[in-house]
Structure formats: structure tokens, C-alpha cells
Ligand binder design. Structure first.
Ligand code: NI
Length: 178
């Protein structure tokens, strides 16, 4: 296994759209293993392939406390959304920035599993948020895109400052990074 480099905003490569996976083969399984290792190491609760400069529609997720519920979604597609909720999000590609984002409370997603078999997953709460966040990544979208231009500008300045001084926020202000 190997740790992969995570791209950071404003890297334009984060804006590229991932392509559908055509064959689930050993090379893809190796990529997924590396993505899990990278996500757990970061640490984060979700990672999309575009974040590690791989243009394939693959996301790995583990929202469990004990980090023992790994989920891999290949070619994920949300077929149903229900309700609305707002959660504080962070992102491994936008370090030190946390913001509230409105998303569907419940989603139904179709995807392939690691065996290449179609599956359907119903998710709510944090898992639903994470799935929506990672699918956005695969489409070149970041969570800060949901904020008002004013707020985004403020966060961008804060981010650039943090990158310069390598300052970190007090732990109380943190949120899971997806
Ligand atoms: Ni993210």
C-alpha cells in the first residue's frame, strides 16, 4: 500500500470531472486500498479519487467511530434525495476551513462494489452528507462552492493565511474532513 498525495484548493486539478470506471480489476483494487490508507492516515472520513489526482469515479468512506466500516463506491449515482439538513463540513483538500453546508438529509445511491457488482445504498445523516460531498468531488465541485461569494472570499483569505503560517484552529472548531 502507499500513501497518495492529496491535492489542495485552489489546485485546478480538483475541478476536473472523473470518468466512469469500466472494469473493476486488480489495478483499481490497489488504487482503492491506497485511497483507504491515505484517508485513514489524513485522517478523514471520506476521500474521492479526484482528490488524489486519479480521474476515476471512485470514493472511499468510513464514518464509523472505530474506523471499521470501510465503504467503497464505484461510479456512484444518487437516484433519490429526501429532506434537508445543514452540517458543518471540512475537506482534506481545503484544510483548516470548516463551514455549514445544506444537503439532502437522506439519499439513495447506486454504485458498483469492489467486485464490480451493482448495489444500492440508502444513507442518512453523516453518511449521506459524506456521499454527497464525495460525489461532488468526482464532478469537480468543492463544498465551499455552496457558500456565498463573500463568505467564500473570506474563507479563501483565511486559508491562504493558514497555509503561510501553518496555524491550526482550536480543536473545538473542527469538523470531520471529507
Ligand atoms: Ni472533500
Amino acid at each position: 500500500m502507499a500513501l497518495l498525495d492529496i491535492l489542495h484548493f485552489p489546485d485546478p486539478r480538483l475541478r476536473r470531472k472523473a470518468l466512469p470506471v469500466e472494469v473493476v480489476d486488480d489495478a483499481l483494487k490497489k488504487t482503492v486500498e491506497d485511497m483507504f490508507e491515505t484517508m485513514y492516515d489524513a485522517p478523514g472520513i471520506g476521500l474521492a479519487a479526484t482528490q488524489v489526482n486519479i480521474l476515476q469515479q471512485v470514493a472511499v468512506i468510513d464514518v464509523s467511530e472505530d474506523k471499521n466500516e470501510p465503504r467503497c463506491l464505484i461510479n456512484p449515482n444518487i437516484i433519490e434525495r429526501e429532506g434537508e439538513e445543514e452540517m458543518r463540513e471540512g475537506c482534506l483538500s481545503v484544510p483548516e476551513i470548516f463551514a455549514h453546508v445544506k444537503r439532502a438529509q437522506k439519499v439513495t445511491v447506486e454504485a458498483l462494489d469492489l467486485e464490480g457488482k451493482p448495489m444500492t445504498l440508502e444513507a442518512e445523516g453523516l453518511l449521506a452528507v459524506c456521499i454527497q460531498h464525495e460525489i461532488d468531488h468526482l464532478q469537480g465541485k468543492l463544498f465551499i462552492d455552496y457558500l456565498s461569494p463573500l463568505k467564500r472570499d473570506r474563507l479563501k483569505k483565511k486559508l491562504l493565511k493558514a497555509q503561510k503560517t501553518a496555524q491550526t484552529e482550536p480543536s473545538g472548531a473542527r469538523a470531520p474532513s471529507l
